[in-house]
Design a protein around this ligand. Structure first.
Ligand code: FES
Length: 137
């Protein structure tokens, strides 16, 4: 226990007090090459702790990075910040016809922009849009 205590009470404070951290914003521009080099390990440690904290506590990062399943996802990148992608339309607003994307590759999602053709060619898949058309009387 004594080595840990020594690191926390002596080594770390001595290291931190020796860092060339300026007292003002302008001081950063006056640092020399040797000063910047001595800040690299400290900066790397801060960046590492920040990244680990981000992964541990940020719900978006958990959704992107956690491997709940090894199965591939259907949606590669549309509204990944949301827990669920939902669109609602009033039937009267759709007009005479509309094509809705089911491949999740459209840049105009939820509408089809033809991106399913490239996806199908690339993967051998066979997805296409959901076409809705008003019945002609
Ligand atoms: S672009 Fe996705 S189904 Fe057409």
């Amino acid at each position: 226990m004594e080595p840990i205590s020594h690191v926390v009470k002596v080594t770390l404070p001595n290291y931190l007090s020796g860092l060339p951290i300026p007292n003002s914003l302008g001081g950063w521009f006056k640092l020399g090459v040797r000063d910047w080099l001595s800040l690299i390990p400290f900066g790397a440690a801060v960046a590492g702790i920040t990244y680990i904290s981000y992964l541990a506590f940020c719900p978006i990062a958990k959704r992107h990075c956690s491997k709940k399943s090894s199965k591939p996802v259907v949606n590669p990148d549309i509204q990944k910040e949301n827990a669920k992608v939902v669109h609602s339309f009033d039937v009267e607003d759709i007009g005479e016809k509309a094509a809705f994307c089911r491949c999740w590759r459209s840049k105009k999602f939820p509408y089809c922009d033809g991106a399913h053709n490239a996806h199908n060619e690339e993967t051998g898949d066979n997805v296409g849009p959901l076409c809705i058309q008003r019945k002609k009387n």
